[in-house]
Write a protein that binds this ligand. Structure first.
Ligand SMILES: [Fe+2]
Length: 367
């Protein structure tokens, strides 16, 4: 869509598009969105114009369509000018409330067999110019990616993670190396016990966006890993159990992490939706669920709904099962994919860490 002509009106500037439609942009909006050097800092892209200032006279002298620079210029009575690009006007031709970015539900999977173009690449390819783009695309599409042929070292894993973005710090530190023989493990993850499908960080307000795991040393039996697409489960519940979907998208479930010096707690629905009712985030950790109580009828309904999600997550036919081997680095979308692990005997050393969700989204936007 491109701009054909403009017509100043009392309540704003009417813009006529080449498809025959029109949009009226209020004058105050145009001033507020001016991209001139004075109004929008050219380097930081931060707004400098303050349309709420008492000193501005927001009455309009005229508006000009400049096809050469692809900008619309507005001259104001206080002798200042605004400049708004065609690009911005075209991008915002339709109105709508800003809402959180939805997960890509056109490619969710109910079993590993449904995953087309299995998300796996070599370490060398990841490190090449195009590698990161494909890596990010795999996570966006399928919720995870495996990088094979990586040096089985903490340094190589850290290098891989830092190619994406800075590594997030958390209660467990930043980039970490750990094994299953700790004398005082902080979390079941650092033991040999089985862990049910879950997402990490249900007890923090901003759960980690991506999680990376790499098994560096392995002299063990068992410990198979499972991934299950939480988005696919959410969409199945929406389609088949709408009452349960309502409960799981409305009831805030508290998660907690309690240690001697730490008591973290956060609450959000298992299925978080945006204004368009699209799934933004799945948060599920039965191990870390904190006590809460609803009225008895609501509590019973909650248990029924939660059980449906729990049982679908634990359904082996929905899970992609594999063994983390030295040389293969797993990264998954912790806002979408649940991870689990079977119990093991023997010794295993792992390393990894988290990325923030916004840093993952930033990379996707720029690439
Ligand atoms: Fe975990």
């Amino acid at each position: 869509m491109s701009i054909q002509s403009i017509k100043p009106e009392n309540d704003g500037l009417n813009i006529f598009w080449n498809d025959g439609s029109s949009s009226c942009f209020p004058w105050l909006w145009l001033r507020d969105h001016s991209e001139s050097e004075n109004d929008l800092h050219p380097d930081s892209k931060q707004r400098q114009i303050d349309v709420f200032s008492q000193t501005l006279d927001n009455s309009v002298v005229d508006a000009i369509l400049d096809q050469n620079t692809k900008n619309i210029l507005v001259h104001w009575s206080d002798k200042s000018n605004s400049c708004v690009s065609f690009e911005l006007l075209e991008a915002l031709a339709s109105t709508g409330r800003p809402s959180a970015q939805a997960l890509a539900n056109d490619s969710c999977w109910d079993s590993a067999n449904e995953i087309k173009d299995f998300p796996k690449m070599s370490f060398d390819y990841f490190m090449s110019d195009d590698g990161l783009k494909q890596w990010l695309g795999n996570i966006q599409k399928n919720g995870f990616v495996l990088v094979s042929g990586a040096p089985a070292t903490a340094d190589a894993t850290k290098e891989l993670m830092e190619k994406v973005a800075y590594i997030r710090n958390s209660i467990f530190g930043g980039f970490s190396v750990w094994d299953n023989k700790l004398t005082n493990p902080d979390d079941t993850a650092f033991t040999s016990l089985a862990i049910e499908p879950h997402t990490d960080g249900t007890y923090v307000h901003d759960a980690p966006g991506l999680q990376t795991l790499h098994c560096l040393k392995k002299d063990s039996v068992g410990g198979e890993n499972q991934l299950v697409d939480g988005l696919a489960i959410a969409e199945k519940i929406r389609a088949e159990y709408p009452d349960y979907f309502e409960i799981l998208s409305k009831i805030n479930i508290p998660g907690r992490y309690i240690k001697t010096e730490t008591y973290l707690e956060a609450k959000r629905p298992l299925i978080r939706l945006n204004d368009q009712q699209e799934v933004v985030q799945v948060s599920f950790n039965n191990h870390d669920r904190a006590p809460f109580r609803l009225d008895n009828d609501s509590m019973n309904q909650f248990y029924e709904a939660y059980k449906v999600f729990h049982n679908l997550a634990n359904d082996k036919s929905r899970q992609f099962e594999f063994m983390l081997e030295p040389g293969t680095v797993l990264t998954f979308d912790n806002w979408r994919v649940l991870h689990a692990r079977a119990s093991l005997t023997g010794y295993r050393q792992l390393c990894g860490g988290y990325h923030n969700r916004e840093d993952f989204e930033s990379r996707l936007r720029l690439i």
